[in-house]
Ligand binder design. Structure first.
Ligand code: KIV
Ligand code: ZN
Length: 547
């Protein structure tokens, strides 16, 4: 059971969902009753569909744990039938015993997809199968080349099959925002009759406007006779910048689940942003009079984590979690905030989890200070991981005078990311200078068989380039022999001081799929090379799994 506070400051109890019904939260005193809004997070599925946002298994597990710390009701962990990698990721997340959120997997309305989804989600304490099928004539006729009657039949069969495996079924009417309302209402009624617990009304292409979308939800509530047997959910895309507004309009008209992602990432312009929805419902709780289970103090950490892992940076003026969200530039505003914070601040930064100060560690910092800071940053480490991390911290502290939070987070995540890599960089030497041709030499080990890591092959190559990074990449290309195309490259300092850590973030294309890579070091050529190696390893592992 989760707790939060209602506008009058009374503690509210929120009951967890049972068999697709959203229970009301009520005060301990039995006073104000509030409807509960369920948060369905799809960062790991729709969010991962953002170009270049693909994450590896370890990264997905980190995100899933953070989503659980946020208290989301449902984590959509992936689309199990879409690839072996997705299947394994959903299964591993479902197997995490400490995650209390329900684990959902997406699937098309086919037995094969539904079965694969169940095989992946069945390990979770609470599992959900999420089936989708388009209901707009445009999608039915042009994309699926079927009739409305065939779609209805497919949907009912899919729900019945899903229900034979899993108690909790969600059904998404894809492109509902542009669907004929008579057909949509019939469709919703039929899938609820077949047994769905949650009916998801999607604005797949972000086309609708708030009053219009809220009206559609109201119409479904009014016209579908069995609507009280299911939770109405909404899934809004942000093509016109209206995803959050549309979701809120839906809540005002009876939706009780919102689908969203951290930082609003997702297909094209993204999905409704979780942090914005959660903070609107908190800051304007008098207006909406609903409750939810999001621990808002975890929002800042979640935003940082997802941005670091996907390489999709958060725009500075992004609501709630942007770097400028609580920065006051004008003198009049600064004066006002100093006199009374509420003059220009409608949210307390602490409620979002923005850290007030960051403790700086250095080479004299002992274990106690180090592990306390790691814990305060929200990481839980096992004994083995802790030892290896402390060793790496000492090495870094010898190179750098001050080790900031950003440096620590980088160390921890680099450690979490090292795993089954086919190519390992053993040696790098690069030369450059004015009027000289840049050259680089690299030595790389290739692990052919993960069961026999000792049986590695070692390669060495040298190349010239238009700069040391270009030379290093050319030398690596000669060894990996994979026709990799670099499509994006950026370098930045992620901590302060002359000895700051440099982070390289890049994207490469291999066999029409985009992969991101990130590398950090106090040496920017090393950081750039590590990033390139990471992207190549992701591409190699994905391509091998697809074989
Ligand atoms: O945007 C959409 O319609 C979706 C569904 C698959 C839920 O992502
Ligand atoms: Zn979507």
């Amino acid at each position: 059971m989760f707790t939060s506070f209602n506008p009058k400051g009374k503690q509210v109890e929120k009951k967890t969902m049972k068999k697709g019904k959203v229970k009301e939260g009520k005060t301990k005193e039995g006073g104000v009753k509030k409807d509960r809004i369920m948060f369905f997070d799809t960062t790991l599925r729709d969010g991962e569909q953002s170009p270049g946002a693909s994450m590896n298994l370890k990264e997905k597990l980190l995100v899933a744990k953070q989503l659980a710390a946020l208290g989301v009701d449902v984590i959509e962990a992936g689309f199990p039938a879409s690839s072996l990698g997705d299947f394994e990721a959903v299964k591993s997340i479902a197997q995490q015993t400490k995650i209390a959120s329900a684990i959902a997997g997406l699937c098309r309305a086919s037995e094969k997809d539904i079965k694969a989804c169940w095989e992946a989600v069945k390990y979770a304490k609470k599992s959900r199968i999420h089936i989708f099928l388009a209901t707009s004539d445009l999608h039915i006729e042009k994309k699926l080349q079927k009739t409305r009657a065939q779609i209805l039949d497919m949907a009912i069969k899919a729900v019945k099959y899903g229900k034979s495996l899993c108690e909790d079924i969600e059904f998404s009417a894809e492109d509902a925002g542009r669907s004929d309302m008579d057909f949509l209402c019939n469709f919703v009624e039929a899938v609820i009759d077949a047994g769905v617990n949650t009916i998801n009304i999607t604005d797949t292409v972000g086309y609708t406007t708030p009053i219009e979308f809220g009206g559609k939800v109201a119409e479904i509530k009014r016209r579908v006779h069995n609507i009280d047997k299911a939770v109405i959910s909404v899934h809004c895309h942000n093509d016109l910048g209206l995803a959050v507004a549309n979701s809120l309009a839906a809540i005002e008209n009876g939706a009780r689940q919102v689908e969203c992602t951290i930082n609003g990432i997702g297909e094209r312009a993204g999905n409704a942003s979780l942090e914005e929805l959660a903070m609107v419902l908190k800051v304007r709780s008098h207006y909406y009079n609903v409750c939810h289970s999001i621990e808002t103090k975890e929002l800042y950490n979640a935003s940082k984590l997802v941005s670091r892992l996907t390489g999709i940076s958060v725009q500075p003026n992004k609501a709630v979690v942007g770097a400028n969200a609580f920065a006051h530039e004008s003198g009049i505003h600064q004066d006002g905030v100093l006199k009374a914070r509420e003059t220009y601040e409608i949210m307390n930064p602490a409620d979002v989890g923005v850290p007030e100060s960051s403790l700086v560690l250095g080479k004299h910092s002992g274990r106690h200070a180090f592990f306390k800071r790691v814990k305060d940053l929200g990481y839980e480490l096992g004994n083995k991981e802790s030892e290896s991390l402390f060793e790496k911290f000492k090495v870094l502290a010898d190179k750098k005078k001050a080790v900031f939070d950003e440096d620590l987070v980088t160390l921890i995540e680099e450690d979490a990311n090292s795993g089954k890599e086919t190519f390992i960089l053993d040696y790098l030497s690069a030369t450059s200078g004015a009027g000289t041709v840049s050259t680089a030499t690299v030595k790389i080990s290739k692990i052919e068989d993960f069961q026999k890591p000792q049986a590695t092959l070692s390669f060495q190559e040298a190349a010239c380039g238009s700069g040391p990074v270009d030379a290093a990449y050319k030398a690596i290309d000669k060894i990996v022999n994979m026709d990799i195309k670099l499509t994006e490259f950026s370098l930045r300092a992620i901590s302060s001081g002359e000895d700051a850590i440099g982070e390289c973030f890049l994207k490469v294309k291999y066999q029409d799929v985009v992969y991101s890579g990130k590398g950090t070091s106090t040496d920017v050529i090393e950081a750039s090379t590590k990033a390139y190696m990471q992207a190549i390893n992701k591409a190699k592992s994905f391509a091998d799994k697809e074989k």
